[in-house]
Design a protein. Structure first.
Ligand SMILES: [Zn+2]
Length: 269
């Protein structure tokens, strides 16, 4: 059964598409991390360490809705067998089953925010594989541009961007943007040129769906640590520090796709 978190009148539901080991040794993913920092991170998020010491990731999406209103999905997982992430991620994902368990029909999903255009975050948004046939799909201009410049990336442009564009379902944003009452997209570049996060707020309650602004508890404890897959580590570090400082300042709950647990309260305890 999916985990839920309430933000005022909004409900945020964590949907685990899949879990599995990262293909590279975790020390290579965070080259600057010390043994003491790893020990700290393992104590904070033990479920992210596999039995052989490997990085064990969850691949989560988050569904957000007010009451039984339309659903906004943040990220779309690794997708089914044969998806764009299939050469490294533990496909098939189970997002449609998780949604059903949460009582959400695919037709209720009106928008999908892709935090960035990596293939472990877009799986079920690819029209060929997607049950969400009329959801608009929201990306940042800088990711769209970077993607267009790399059209040769295993056909991803042809399978994701072009069909969505042709169907009139692609919404390209440039920077921060209010999506609906209590839902705001924030530009957080670095992991990719157009990485974005989603801030959920109602009154004093707030929650940030982080995408890959941070990907492991070691970066929650030590935001200065770069992730080897960050396109621009300096920008990613600046975005991460700023977002975590703001979240810490107002007690914002964090919803982090790849962590062992779906929701993290601040301050860390
Ligand atoms: Zn990711």
């Amino acid at each position: 059964m999916p985990f839920t978190h309430t933000v005022g009148r909004l409900t945020v539901i964590a949907l685990q598409d899949a879990e599995g080991p990262f293909p590279d040794p975790r020390q290579e993913c965070f080259p600057g991390a010390t043994a003491a920092q790893w020990a700290e991170a393992d104590a904070l998020d033990p479920a992210a360490r596999g039995s052989g010491g490997e990085w064990w990731l969850r691949f989560r999406s988050y569904a957000i809705r007010a009451g039984d209103g339309p659903v906004t999905l943040v990220d779309a997982g690794i997708g089914p067998e044969g998806s764009l992430a299939a050469d490294w991620a533990p496909v098939p994902g189970h997002l449609p089953d998780e949604l059903a368990a949460a009582g959400i029909a695919p037709s209720e999903v009106s928008a999908i925010v892709l935090t960035h255009l990596h293939n472990d975050h877009m799986g079920w948004a690819v029209p060929r594989d997607s049950p969400f046939t009329h959801a608009r799909v929201i990306v940042q201009q800088a990711d769209f541009d970077a993607y267009r410049a790399n059209r040769d990336q295993a056909g991803q442009y042809d399978l994701l961007i072009e069909p969505l564009w042709a169907q009139g379902r692609l919404q390209v944003l440039d920077g921060d943007h209010d999506l609906s009452p209590g839902l705001r997209v924030l530009s957080t570049p670095g992991h990719t040129p157009g990485h974005q996060t989603v801030l959920v707020e109602d009154g004093d309650d707030s929650l940030l769906v982080t995408g890959d602004l941070l990907v492991h508890a070691i970066q929650l404890l030590h935001p200065e640590l770069a992730y080897a897959s960050d396109v621009d580590p300096e920008r990613a570090r600046a975005s991460r520090r700023k977002a975590l400082a703001e979240a810490g300042g107002r007690g914002t709950t964090l919803a982090i796709s790849h962590l062992g647990t779906a929701f993290r309260e601040l301050p860390l305890g």
